[in-house]
Design a protein. Structure first.
Length: 107
């Protein structure tokens, strides 16, 4: 009788976006405005902020996209794909077209 062997599961260590995509860790949802006004839980914000965890090779090697790891960005979550990789982290694979702004400090 042949013994059934299962492929050994490996623990995922990284997520590498492919094509023209970036991996973003979404910032925590804001519960109130800077002025102290409490926001309702069901508010739908069309764009959100986050930090770039990694960029695809296609983006990293293209000077037309001035976005790098650790940049703070504003992005539209409409076409983003949530990644259930680490508990408590809100990771999204985001098409570069949906990254609408990069926050830069003034020098």
């Amino acid at each position: 009788m042949a013994r059934e062997t299962r492929p050994k599961r490996t623990k995922l260590e990284t997520v590498e976006p492919l094509g023209k995509r970036v991996l973003i860790r979404k910032d925590e949802d804001k519960k109130s405005t800077k002025g102290g006004i409490a926001l309702p839980d069901n508010i739908e914000i069309p764009t959100i902020t986050g930090r770039v965890v990694t960029v695809s090779n296609q983006i990293a090697n293209n000077e037309d996209f001035p976005i790098r790891q650790y940049d703070k960005v504003l992005f539209s979550p409409k076409n983003s794909i949530p990644v259930d990789f680490e508990p408590g982290n809100h990771l999204f694979v985001v098409p570069i077209e949906d990254v609408v702004a990069v926050f830069r400090s003034r020098r």
